[in-house]
Design a protein around this ligand. Structure first.
Ligand SMILES: Cc1ncc(COP(=O)(O)O)c(C=O)c1O
Length: 489
């Protein structure tokens, strides 16, 4: 296992990629190590190390780690055509295609128009290219229309029985909640929601305990619990529900595991074969910076040591290919079918769009997925420390000190009077003024968060930090938010 990758990974080392896989990410291993900052400086740059000692590295040390590779990230920034008059910090809603991706998309669209081409394909060649970046085989990776479409493929393809219970959370996105609601209406399944904590005072064990307790309670009352569904990270607080810990709970309880991973592709460098969840539905158009209407859906299609449970019975629900092997819905270790191809092929596809997604994935592999993850998380850690310095740690709705729970989404309450976080209109005005009232206006968003003990939702501000940002973007953002919070007091 590559030591640099292990050290740089704030998650469990089980999620890491092998040396062979990592080599594919950059033109050369030496370049990869240079980019990451080999040896001692790897440890210095790693959020894991930063968090390890005292539950918070302080903004100063994170800042100096971030500026070490500033010129490299400036060159990455120049790969995008982002409007220079704005600062785009809502990647959690929309990414932006790099120039090279746009060029390919444009050329292929023109070629398609010129030659009146169709798109009947399962895109096996393209999926074969992309799959190693996610640690899986091509039959386990499908191209979907987006996260929501992937969640429909996953949830509505399962053979639900009336009374089956899905344990999930109260911070899910409609992208997962909607197919769940359809399964309730159509098959009579039941949904049990765990109320999630917010803020820094939590650890990965909190989530393992919450899910384990709920499953035990339900089973003790005679309920048939069949699946767990959760977001990693949630779109509300950016909390990375801990994948290893939740997968351990799913396996111990022999449950189907469904992860809404809208924000994972392009943000986190994860090996899904090692994680072993049954379904991970991610977006291609957010952090991965592919075109709109693209998604990456990973479906477990092999029994590995990472998840020895039988493959769940599952039928394709949106396809123009229904091979005999799929018709029973049963997949076994010795008999399954190419799930990735079946899910991907549905009539004539917009091949330029998916080829553009592949191009975006190529660029990520070349930069190094781990390098991007480390940068994104370190920027977010820096932002969280700056917020803590100015507003106090209690204003964070995202955790910061357990590296297993962090993502590049940062949610907090910026208001001078903390109770204003209940005021949806004021929260929306804050977002609007951050765009309009400051030079290089900030594109951020707000989001409602159900909070334990509060009758009303909180309307927090959510910020995304990604590979086109610099530490000075974060500094300008914090100063502007501080200024605006005083003006809106
Ligand atoms: C957690 C989560 N799930 C699902 C979605 C829906 O994503 P998509 O537009 O890719 O369907 C989002 C969008 O922001 C999200 O944050």
């Amino acid at each position: 296992m590559n030591k640099a990758v292990e050290q740089g990974n704030p998650q469990n080392t089980e999620l890491s990629f092998s040396d062979e896989e990592v080599k594919r990410w950059t033109p050369s291993r030496r370049d990869f190590l240079r980019i990451l900052g080999a040896g001692a400086s790897v440890a210095a740059f790693s959020p894991l190390t930063a968090f390890a000692n005292n539950g918070g590295p302080g903004a100063g040390s994170l800042r100096s780690q971030l500026v070490q590779d500033e010129r490299f990230w400036e060159s990455v920034n120049r790969m995008f055509i982002l409007n220079p008059n704005k600062t785009f910090m809502n990647i959690g809603t929309a990414g932006s295609m790099p120039k090279l991706t746009l060029d390919l998309f444009d050329e292929e669209n023109r070629e398609r128009a010129k030659e009146s081409l169709s798109g009947y394909s399962n895109l096996l060649t393209q999926r074969t290219r992309v799959a190693p970046g996610f640690g899986v085989d091509p039959d386990e990776l499908a191209f979907s229309a987006n996260t929501s479409s992937g969640m429909c493929h996953a949830i509505l393809g399962l053979d639900w029985k009336a009374g089956d219970v899905v344990v999930t959370t109260n911070h899910e996105h409609p992208g997962g909640d909607t197919p769940l609601a359809i399964a309730v209406a159509r098959y009579g399944i039941e949904v049990s929601r765990i109320a999630l904590p917010v803020g820094n005072n939590q650890t990965a064990e909190t989530y393992a305990d919450l899910f384990t307790q709920r499953i035990s309670q339900l089973r003790a009352s005679g309920k048939r619990v069949r699946a767990m569904m959760w977001s990693s990270p949630t779109y509300k607080t950016g909390t990375m529900l801990p994948l290893v810990e939740l997968m351990n709970v799913a396996k111990a309880n022999e449950l189907i595991s469904i992860c809404d991973g809208a924000h994972l592709p392009g943000m986190m460098a994860l090996n899904y074969a090692n994680l072993g969840m049954d379904f991970m539905s991610g977006a291609g158009h957010k952090w991965q910076c592919g075109p709109g209407s693209t998604g990456i859906l990973v479906i477990r299609n092999k029994i590995r040591a990472s998840n020895p449970l039988p493959l769940p019975k599952w039928f394709p629900i949106h396809t123009s290919s229904f091979p005999t092997a799929a018709q029973s819905g049963v997949r076994t270790a010795t008999s399954t079918f190419d799930v990735g191809s079946v899910v991907t092929s549905c009539g004539s596809l917009h091949t330029p769009m998916f080829n553009a997604l592949v191009k975006a994935c190529d660029i990520w592999d070349e930069i190094g997925r781990k390098k991007i993850e480390t940068y994104d998380l370190t920027l977010s850690a820096y932002l969280k420390e700056r917020i803590t310095e100015r507003w106090g740690v209690t204003r964070l709705y995202s955790p910061k000190d357990d590296p297993r729970l962090v993502s590049a989404l940062t949610s907090f309450n910026p208001f001078h009077n903390p109770a204003d976080v209940l005021d949806s209109a004021k929260s929306t005005a804050f977002v609007t003024r951050m765009l309009n009232d400051y030079p290089k206006g900030f594109v951020i968003r707000n989001v409602n968060v159900p909070v334990i003990g509060s009758e009303r939702d909180h309307y927090v501000i959510r910020i995304s930090t990604h590979l086109w940002h610099s530490v000075s973007d974060v500094d300008r953002l914090v100063d502007a938010m501080w200024d605006l919070s005083k003006k809106m007091a």
